[in-house]
Structures are given as C-alpha cells and as structure tokens.
Unconditional design. Structure first.
Length: 619
C-alpha cells in the first residue's frame, strides 16, 4: 500500500492549474468513459493484462488486510507461554515469517500490477489523443477560427494525461481502498467484534468527508494562486516580448516594478494556499489519530477482559494504519481527480462535436475529366452568410468553363474570400449549389475535392519547418528536382540559393522569418507543385513588389494555361486577360464580362480601372 506519487503530496505545483468545475461529478459516466477508452485502445494482450491487473489489485488488498492477523496471532503466542519449548518457538517464527511474507506480497502486488497495466494506460492515452487530434482537424472552419489554438492543444494534452492519472489514482488506488475498507470491516467484525468495524468505517468516512469539504473550500485559494501566477508570468513575458518598446521608452524600471507588484500578489496567494493546506493536513492527522486512539482503547479493554490477546490489539491497529496509507493522497488527489474528470470530459466533448463539412455517406470520387483536364466550376444561386453577420453572399451564379480563367474583383469585405472557401468546401452554402465537373460538392468526397483544387491564400501561413517541407507539402513524395522547379517558377530560386542553409532553412513559426512576399511565393510554389485541376489564387500577389509580381504573373499565366483558374485580384492589370471578370460588391455580382466589355460598360470596373491606371502612371 505504498504511495505511488511522483508529485509531492504535501506541496503542490502550480503547473497543474485548475479551473472551477462547472459540472458536478458524474462518477459512473467517467468510469464508463475510462473503461471504453481502455477497451478501444487495442493494446496487445488487452484482456489478459486487464484481468491480471484487476486480480492483482484485489489480491494485494486482501493480503494487506489478512497480514496483521498473522502478526497478532504470533504476538498472542508470545504472551501465552514463556517456556522455550521447540514447538512454541517454531509456531511463533512460522506466524511472524508468514506475516512478513504476506505483507511483502501485498506490497509487491500493486507494483506488479503497475508493470502489467502501464502499456494499457499508455495505449489508451495515445489512442484518445490521436483520435481527438484527428477529429479536431476535421472540424469546421468556424470552429477553428473561434477557438484558441493553444487551448485546443491543451484540451487534447490534458485530456490524454488525465486518463493515465484517473486510471492510476481512481481505478487502482482509491476504488480498491473502498474495497479494502469493506474487507477490513468484515475481518474486524468477524475476528473481534462489530465496534472495531464501526470505528474503522467511521474514521475513514469522517476523514473523507472532511477532506472533501476542506479541499472544496481550498479551490478558491488555488484559483487565486494560479491567477496570480499567470498574471506574473504574463507581465514578464509581455515586457520581454516588447523589450524594444520598453527599451526605447526607457521604461525598464517601470516594467520591473509592475513585475514585482505581480509577484507580491503571488506571494500573498501562495501563503494563503499553503496555510490552508497545512490546515487540511492537520485536520487529517487529528481524525486519523483519534481513530487509532479509539481502536487502541477498545482493543485494550477487550484484552483486559480476556476476550482478546495482546496480539489482537496490534493486529487491529495495524489494519487501521494500512487503511490510512492510501488515504494520505486523498487531499492532494481529490482536486486533481476533479480536474482530471473535467479534462477528460472536455476532450471527449470535443470528439463528440460533429464537423459541419463531412463526407456524405454516399459521397463519390471525382469523375474523370469531361473536357480536357476538367475543372468545370458552377455556382448556382449560392447564398452564404456568416453567423453574427447581417450580410453575406447572396444569389451568386457563374460558371468557369474548364481551362478558363475567371477573375473576381471588388472592394475588401465584398465576400471574395468567402466565395473561394465555398469553392473549396471549407464552408457549405446556406442556399444554392456549388458544383465541380457536374457533381455537387456535397456529394463529393472531401479528400477528392481538395486533391483536385489548390489554393494560394491571401495570407500564406507556413509550418515551422524547412522551406523544402513547406513547398513540398501538397506532394511530399516528389523529387528535389520537381521541388526546385516549382521554387524557380515561383521566383524563389535566387532567394533560396542566397540562404546559407538553402532549402533546409527553417522558416520560423507560421513562416514569420520570411517576408510577406517570400511567404506568398512559397504558397505559389506549393500550389504549382500540387498540379491541380483547379487553381485558386486569392490575392496571391498582393504582398509582392511590382517587379516580382510581374515575374510571377508570367509564371502564373503559364500555370493557368489550360487549367481552370479562379483569381481574386486587387491589381486589375493582373487579370485584364481573364476570360471573365466578376465584380463583387456587398456579396452580389454587380457586373460581369471581359475586360473590354466592362470598360465599354463604363461602370464600377471601369472606374476602378481608371483609378488604378492613373495611380500607376503617377507613380
Ligand atoms: P474579401 O472580399 O475581402 O475577401 P471576405 O470574404 O473575407 O471578404 O469577407 C466577407 C465578409 O464576411 C466580411 O465582412 C468579413 O468581415 C466577414 N467574415 C469573413 N470571415 C468571417 C467569419 N469567420 N465570421 C464572421 N464573419 C466573417
Ligand atoms: Mg479576401
């Protein structure tokens, strides 16, 4: 019955920040969730290991209860006879050695169980984390735009850890302790009398209730401590990240003073949390020892009355002490268990969320190209409005014939990017239909659609990896030659050759070590490498200077050859050669036609064109 906590039980680490649980315990729910996670993990020898682990737990507890009886019997022998007969010594030695051996077995059983069960716990943890991670990636755009990335990965991380923790503390420590209490009560009542059993049950119950009550009260202190801690850390990080501002305004002393203030808040909260912890430990000690005292007096009186031997006094007290051992962690574990419940449920809630965009049960693969390389895009009366917005796209209809280029122009916020997302089925329209090669996107396998379409987004975000990995993201199996060709086509060749690490250069988080223009060119190279049926460029060259843009436009023109292309453009000169130009305004197509036709129409497009050409000639 050893404590198996690496974390100190008498002092608490701030790292395990806690939140006030919103929902009460659903013990049964949590246990059945845990059970299902273990079963689903498909670990090798799952059933055998699980069976042995449960058996070892029960055996360990039972031996722990029985062991003191042997010692008691041994001591009784000692008290009875003082003659040094060989038989007497042998009987005493046998019982004492038996006691030691059983105690040893009782202590080894949980260790053996841990060794046997650990692979299962790890497998359950891994399965749950992977499943949640994969599921989170399938969730809608809206979900990902609303959530905080850090908190999502924390939900997964903590949820997975909580599985291990709950299995170790709840399933293999506290639940067996309840079993041990029941067995001890039976043994005490049978071997001695019911008052012994009542004392044990009562002490443990009072101990548990007081521990829960004080721990609940302490949650406020813990929260204050955690808040003070993140406040101090936040202040420090904020000042360190903004060191340039701090330095240039000579505010070092002020920043240090703010930090100091935050730290003094932490000290205060820390004192409170530690004092209340001391109170909890004190109360626990009082209850435990009162229980021991009662047990000792009871047993002593029985012994004096001759109903019990002196060894039985020892045995009764030992049984109670061994019941206490696992309770030691209760105060510390109670909070963590509560938190683990919440963490695990948060993770499972995530896996229960349904993605907005998912394959229909009868989804099909993209049929072979009808015409040339295919890529016939049709928007039919499409309307879409974001939640919490009063306006959106309304009744947008157009067709992009295979191999042609359609340009989308219009003021910022008109809905161009929204339309691009509809074409990629990152969102589904509320009315109307989007079709690719004659198939409604909702009928198409999402993976097939995304393989057929490549996007260069407005803001290209990169993985914190090498340039090579970022360019080759769409098709990591391609050779270096192909990757280099795409890089050259995106006008990245000279840039990459100029880097000391070349293609192996790491681009930093979200690609922040590259300039906006360089990121965009990586995005273009990535899309070119994907060699898709449909190419979508969402203001793909807006961050480039005009010389680079011209060079890339030549590449893009080549890439567009014979490929269905949807171009969202800010600079009209780059799309003047498009087969059709749609002018979008507040979610509606207000003009459409070729450049010539729209100029002749002398409407929105023509006035925009005049403004831009005047500006460039003035520059
Ligand atoms: P643009 O034509 O500049 O590409 P967008 O399609 O990005 O315009 O946006 C159209 C409108 O929809 C804007 O008013 C924008 O604020 C809004 N919008 C875009 N994304 C969201 C979102 N996830 N939730 C709510 N509103 C959004
Ligand atoms: Mg946009």
């Amino acid at each position: 019955m050893s404590l198996r906590f690496s974390a100190p039980s008498r002092r608490e680490s701030v790292a395990g920040a806690i939140a006030e649980p919103a929902t009460p315990f659903h013990l049964v729910q949590v246990l059945s969730d845990l059970w299902r996670l273990v079963i689903r993990s498909n670990a090798p020898q799952l059933k055998t290991r699980l069976g042995i682990a449960l058996a070892l737990t029960v055996i360990g507890k039972a031996l722990g209860v029985v062991a003191p009886l042997l010692l008691g019997a041994a001591v009784n022998r000692l008290a009875k006879g003082h003659d040094a007969a060989a038989g007497f010594a042998l009987a005493f030695a046998g019982l004492a050695v038996g006691w030691a051996v059983i105690r040893m077995l009782a202590a080894i059983a949980p260790q053996a169980r841990d060794a046997i069960f650990t692979p299962l716990a790890q497998a359950a943890q891994q399965t749950a984390a992977t499943e949640t991670f994969a599921h989170a990636l399938t969730l809608s755009m809206d979900f990902h735009q609303t959530k905080r990335t850090g908190s999502l990965s924390r939900v997964i991380d903590r949820g997975a850890r909580s599985i291990d923790f709950l299995l170790r503390t709840l399933v293999f420590n506290l639940a067996p302790t309840a079993l041990e209490l029941a067995m001890a009560a039976i043994v005490l009542a049978k071997a001695y009398d019911w008052r012994f059993a009542a004392t044990a049950v009562l002490t443990v119950t009072v101990y548990g209730v007081l521990t829960f009550a004080i721990s609940d009260w302490r949650i406020g202190h813990r929260r204050a401590l955690n808040e003070a801690d993140s406040e101090a850390a936040g202040r420090a990080v904020d000042a360190l990240m903004n060191y340039e501002t701090v330095k240039t305004f000579g505010a070092e002393a002020r920043a240090a003073a703010t930090y100091d203030q935050a730290l003094s808040g932490y000290s205060k909260a820390s004192v409170q949390a530690n004092t209340s912890l001391a109170l909890l430990n004190g109360v626990q000690a009082v209850v435990m020892n009162i229980g021991l005292g009662i047990m000792a007096v009871l047993a002593g009186m029985e012994a004096m009355a001759g109903r019990m031997g002196p060894g039985d006094v020892t045995a009764a007290i030992l049984i109670l002490i061994s019941l206490y051992a696992p309770l030691n962690i209760l105060g510390f574990a109670y909070r963590e268990i509560r938190q683990s419940f919440i963490d695990m449920e948060a993770m499972l809630d995530l896996t229960r969320q349904k993605p907005d965009v998912a394959d229909a049960p009868d989804a099909i693969d993209l049929p072979g190209a009808l015409d040339r390389r295919g890529g016939d895009i049709v928007f039919k009366g499409v309307s879409f409005r974001h939640d919490a917005r009063s306006e959106g796209l309304s009744d947008v209809s157009f067709q992009i014939a295979p191999g042609t280029t359609t340009a989308l122009v219009g003021p910022s916020g008109a809905g161009k990017t929204t339309l691009v997302r509809l074409a990629l089925r990152l969102i589904d329209p509320q009315a109307g239909q989007v079709m690719l090669d004659g198939v409604d996107l909702k009928q198409l396998k999402v993976a097939a659609l995304r393989r057929a379409v490549a996007l260069v987004p407005q803001d290209v975000a990169l993985f914190n990896d090498s340039l090579r990995a970022n360019i080759a993201f769409a098709r990591p199996e391609l050779t270096d030659d192909a990757i280099w060709a795409a890089a050259e086509a995106a006008e990245l060749g000279n840039f990459i050759r100029g880097l000391p690490d070349g293609m192996a250069t790491r681009v930093g988080e979200r690609g922040l070590k590259l300039s906006g223009g360089e990121r965009q060119r990586v995005g273009i190279a990535r899309a070119l490498l994907a060699d898709p049926r449909v190419l979508i460029l969402d203001e793909a060259t807006s961050a480039l200077d005009s010389r680079t843009e011209q060079a890339i436009q030549a590449t893009l023109r080549r890439a567009r050859q014979g490929r269905t292309t949807l171009v969202v453009a800010h600079r009209l000169s780059t799309i003047a050669d498009a087969d059709e130009i749609l002018v979008l305004k507040v979610g509606r197509v207000v003009e459409r036609g070729t450049h010539q036709a729209l100029i002749a129409l002398d409407g929105e497009y023509a006035s925009l064109w005049r403004k831009q050409t005047r500006k460039t000639s003035a520059n």
